[in-house]
Design a protein. Structure first.
Length: 142
């Protein structure tokens, strides 16, 4: 689950991923509701900076509800969805994730972080994963 800003309102959005061994020479990278170019970049960062073995994997990302995420605050949620699908790990249901991921694997703050955190807590989310709590993707995926 991630928190995105639309104007001054915070929306909570579920991000899903499916990772499967590819039968093709060039693995498939597909996204619905998320930029495929950004997905390519994030999968490269996960491989290079976090050590995930994605070179021979098809990756599918879906934003639930037909929404289209355009802000980089969803980067971290997409990365955790991919890592979770690859390693078969499920996040706790009361976990919210947001933050931009840089090319070096660092987590970057996004506009409206305080508002996102406040709204997430108000709605009962117990665990907030953001650049405030973790500095790099590699540290988070240990």
């Amino acid at each position: 689950m991630t928190a995105v800003l639309e104007g001054s309102r915070v929306f909570l959005v579920e991000v899903q991923a499916l990772v499967e061994t590819s039968v093709f020479a060039n693995p498939i990278r597909r996204a619905t509701g998320f930029s495929e170019k950004r997905l390519l970049m994030l999968s490269a960062i996960l491989s290079r900076r976090a050590g995930l073995k994605l070179a021979d994997k098809d990756i599918y990302v879906n934003v639930v509800g037909g929404l289209r995420l355009t802000e980089p605050s969803a980067d971290l949620a997409v990365c955790l969805a991919i890592a979770g699908a690859l390693e078969k790990i499920v996040l706790k249901t009361q976990t919210i994730v947001f933050g931009e991921v840089g090319l070096g694997g660092e987590l970057r703050k996004v506009p409206g972080m305080e508002r996102r955190e406040k709204e997430s807590k108000r709605l009962g989310f117990e665990t907030i994963v953001s650049p405030t709590t973790t500095k790099t993707l590699k540290d988070l995926l240990k």
